[in-house]
Design a protein around this ligand. Sequence first.
Ligand SMILES: Cc1cc2nc3c(=O)[nH]c(=O)nc-3n(C[C@H](O)[C@H](O)[C@H](O)COP(=O)(O)OP(=O)(O)OC[C@H]3O[C@@H](n4cnc5c(N)ncnc54)[C@H](O)[C@@H]3O)c2cc1C
Length: 439
Amino acid sequence: MNGTSSSQSNGVGFGQVAPPDSSGVSIIIVGAGFAGLSCAIESRRKGHSVVVLEKFKELKIISFGNNVGRIFERWGLHDRFWPVCTHMDKLVLHNAEGKVLVEQPLQSPRYGAYSYNGHRGDLHKMLFEHAQSLGIEIRLGQDVSEYWETETEGGVIANGERLSADLVVGADGVRSRARKLVLGYEDKPKSSGYAIFRAWFDCAEQGVDKDPSTKFMCENGDTFHGWIGPDVHFLCSTSGGGRKMSCVITHKDEADIEESWSFPGKMEDCLKIVEGWDPTCTALLSKAPSLVDWKLVYRDPLPTWISKRARLALIGDAAHPFLPTSVQGASQAVEDGVTLAVALQLAGKESVPLAVKTWEKIRYQRVRKAQLTGESNRDMWHKAKSDVKGEEVSMPHPEWLLGFDAEKHAYEVYADAAEEIEERGYELPTLPPVPTIAA
Ligand SMILES: Cc1cc2nc3c(=O)[nH]c(=O)nc-3n(C[C@H](O)[C@H](O)[C@H](O)COP(=O)(O)OP(=O)(O)OC[C@H]3O[C@@H](n4cnc5c(N)ncnc54)[C@H](O)[C@@H]3O)c2cc1C
């Protein structure tokens, strides 16, 4: 069979690492976020030659589910990630009046793998350093302005320089420029109707540990509490053994995201949201020295993530931004990158477009199903009655989502999926039926 496992370029399989540059496939990855870095790392492991272009000159609480925890562990990152992560044993969820609705245990490991919850900058820096340690070429200060493709290669213009490879991966985030080549037109993200005030600060510096109404967040190591009310949820957690605090409050906001979608927030606007709520919410939020007002953008599913000649693939937020309530945006970005690297290895240099089409077929429905959990989780909290039963507002941890192994799955299904495309021709992916989101 052409281009499938029989033409596997360098003979490595699940969990194995190929010699550098042994597959013959060359890839340009635009964006060194979680999607781009993960694609680069797994591509390196599978023997592809990779260049990452990132526009930042330097680098600036994210959660990774068990589905990606198992991948980070396979990459040897557990001992670095674990010490900087939060270690909360449960989420204590309250209603707006402060009554405890549920104490939900947060096991890690679960489904045979750890989850990692930590400061986005810390974990991103470690992933970046890991990519560098593997010898991956990451060029900073590279602003990619144009994308193009021919039958045989994909290319970009970065800082005026024309570069090409077998494949270009657009991992350039929610405001992706790469998307234009895929869609043929400029498609802007839309407002989700919600925004988040976020804060991250040192508990001792802000007196959280001294105030009798807030010191419960520091006294017993890492602690995680949430409050839910109509159209609002407020999550507050500590890490570093109760030393650093994260506050995240999601609320209705119809502001124009064209103007700005991340800027300093005003404390009075934030406190207005919890007016009349359990006074602990005000006490905790007012400890924040500053706030970020983050407008949550969203987009309807793209009809496809790949360009006409399949020499450009969009991954991560460039293809499918997630709402934070799914707690899966970054994890799915990592799964995208890992799956793509495996597909390219199995297809080999001569069949890159087939690899890309097969990758989309493998990923599309799973990603959409995961993406919809952002809406269902949010609505579960925002529409809950104040006397709701605990189990009705517990965060779902479904096995289909968290027990998944993207690398293993890619090896298992690639050949059949590729064969189907070769026999029937490429078809645009179809969306899963909405009811399948149930945990
Ligand atoms: C408030 C909030 C909280 C979240 N919390 C979670 C969570 O707890 N768990 C979770 O899994 N997900 C969470 N997410 C989602 C998660 O952050 C994203 O899904 C994930 O970071 C996407 O990674 P990415 O690499 O696709 O995009 P990005 O992280 O946006 O990376 C894109 C990269 O491309 C670069 N770039 C862009 N344009 C160019 C260009 N023209 N040239 C060169 N480089 C370029 C950018 O500088 C950037 O480094 C959250 C999102 C938000 C908004």
